[in-house]
Ligand binder design. Sequence first.
Ligand code: 475
Length: 831
Amino acid sequence: VEASIPEPQRAAWTKHEFSGFQNKEEFEREVVRHVETTLARSIYNCDESAAYSASSLAFRDRLVQGWNKTQQRQTFTDSKRIYYLSLEFLMGRALDNAMLNLGAKEVAKEGLAELGFRIEDIVGQEHDAALGNGGLGRLAACFLDSMATLNYPAWGYGLRYRYGIFKQEIIDGYQVEVPDYWLDFNPWEFPRHDVTVDIQFYGQVRKSQDENGKTVAIWEGGETVTAVAYDVPTPGYDTPSTNNLRLWSSKAASGEFDFQKFNSGDYESSVADQQRAETISAVLYPNDNLDRGKELRIKQQYFWVAASLYDIVRRFKKSKRSWNEFPDQVAIQLNDTHPTLAIVELQRILIDVEGLEWDEAWNIVTSTFGYTNHTVLPEALEKWPVGLIQHLLPRHLQIIYDINLFFLQSVEKRFPEDRDILRRVSIIEESQPKMVRMAYLAVVGSHKVNGVAELHSDLIQTTIFKDFVTIFGEDKFTNVTNGITPRRWLHQANPRLSELIASKTGGYEFLKDLTLLNKLELFVDDKTFRKEWAEIKFANKVRLAKYIKSTLNVNVNPAALFDVQVKRIHEYKRQQLNIFGVIHRYLTLKAMSPEERKKQQPRVSIFGGKAAPGYWMAKQIIHLINNVGGVVNQDPDIGDLLKVIFLEDYNVSKAEMIIPASDLSEHISTAGTEASGTSNMKFVLNGGLIIGTCDGANIEITREIGQENIFLFGTLSEDVEDLRHMHTYGEHPIDPNLAKVFDAIQGGMFGEPNDFNAMISAVRDHGDYYLVSDDFQSYIDTHKMVDTEYQNQEEWISKCIRSVARMGFFSSDRCINEYAEGIWNIEPLAV
Ligand code: 475
């Protein structure tokens, strides 16, 4: 690296190498320097916000060291890189993570203390980076952490939304959405005003002849928007490796801030053009597991994909290799179908710009891409009207048609007697209007397709992609069960538990090899260990109880069983089943004599999660939860026996506080609907047990930790179809206990009954698609078992410890190694 500096200047450049702070003294010096110079503030009125800013800048300086080295090394060794394309990166806070990954949290803690601050308060100043909705976006963030920790040469590519997921406020029991403007002060991004790409939209395609007489397509006209790169360093744990997350921001192309309009005095309309361009990266679509088919959304997708590919191709071309080496240098992973246009865009670059033949180009394309599916819900599968793509990206539509033509020709040749198969597998759905099926395009254009848990990977191979398995063979389809980073979800969220585990497993090695947790099994019967374990859980519950008191002014008893369901609100995730179960519990308690009540296990039912702003039923569920809380929490007959809490604005940093405080968490989706779930893993890793259905990763968690350590209930996925059929065409009596719950709601016990008509009729009158009534009895029976088992605290703690000891499989490090070996074909590159 040094050799690239010309000899006469080399000494001057290298003698000034800056290495950030190395100890407490130097950390303090850097904080003070940043307060005074970078922030231009007086050190005599430095508040927590300024202390956060200065600490972040001090850590950022350190990150940049490793980041530059990592990038230089990747460039000089010219090794294969993985590019992870995701429309969402739900990163949460960065400072605490940087401190821990760099191993400098103690230094910072002591330094901040000497400067008069508590580190928790400083870390708590940070605004979450919330560029995601839920599971898919948080998975991308865990993957970045693992890819850096394992020293893989990896880049993330995403959009730099000006507004992340909205902030949720609960007003009179209703969700209200407030915009999340988060960029006021963001020390974690580096604007690269010199790294820009002009992205074309609209226009026309003209056929022409090149100098060899070959017909070529020329895409011209339309409008141009400029993508500007913003880089975010993403550090690994206990390694200098620091990868890059490149987020694109849109602005008007420089020629576009139109001098003609400007000169002709049309200043206002030229500003309007500017703003229109900036709209592309303005806001994250707030839908989880739902595709609404908005034009701006596909503009976002193309804008981001085209800028990223231009960047990737530019980097590849510097190596002067031949095009057939592209897949040896570049792997691109599609996080769901959102970046599927990348397949078309690369094919376009190769044939229209670089002049390759179709087949050669298509080989390169399909060897480069891998596609991860995250959902089988029909309403989430992306489809775009042909007419919209024709208008927005006319050349891409032609290429999509050609991809489809060649694909269908090959299918027809192989299955000449199947009259229906072409219609079924066509990338173009012959509906009114015609639609482009993005998942099919992603399958056809990738060399590997994976689901995110075993059941889900089996399901996609037997349902939505069944024909494609026949056509391409089983080897193209695989499973990579999701994982979570133990750095954030154990070490950062639950430092005391992490420390206790370290004391028993031989230090913090388990954070890099999570299977070392199995050493904990040796201590299951160790009295003092169990006591410390229980104390940590209790302390985490006390902290959450204080938070509940300070935000909702409800007193909850930290000795009660904390029963938690926090995730996006969705009918398939069945928060309605949970709240109906809570109402059943309330009715049961009310019907008891005071003596009988005294024998009951006290509970706190804790909910949290956002509803998509247009998802009316989900909002009704939130409203019911809040109204039930309003009644139950005031009821003197009930006291500590039951409290119902809705925590506002669930996000990554709140998850870090809530998850370690759970005794029991709920993962109760209708079987076959939750692709994997990842919070299930986080809860178990933090010493909580699960009540869940046989769905997603719950099944593999059960296999790993043992079925005696999990509370499973409900319909199995293979029986769901038959039950739904019965609901529609046969008898469908409502479960009698559920009917009593409905009566209570409709009798006005929880406020205006009409507010909840839709929730009840979905079950009673509209076929109960999510099987709430079918699963109700087994759900409440299983909760009864939970109550009984919780009374035996010794046995409960043993189950928790054994479960944690067996969770090694669910590290996202394992998951990334599987991708690296089975899909990306890349090797680690230590700095
Ligand atoms: C699954 N989001 C979880 C998680 O694999 C799984 C879809 C369309 C539009 C916008 N957002 C989406 C998802 O599909 C999504 O978040 N899926 C989730 O991916 C990670 O653990 O079961 O629901």
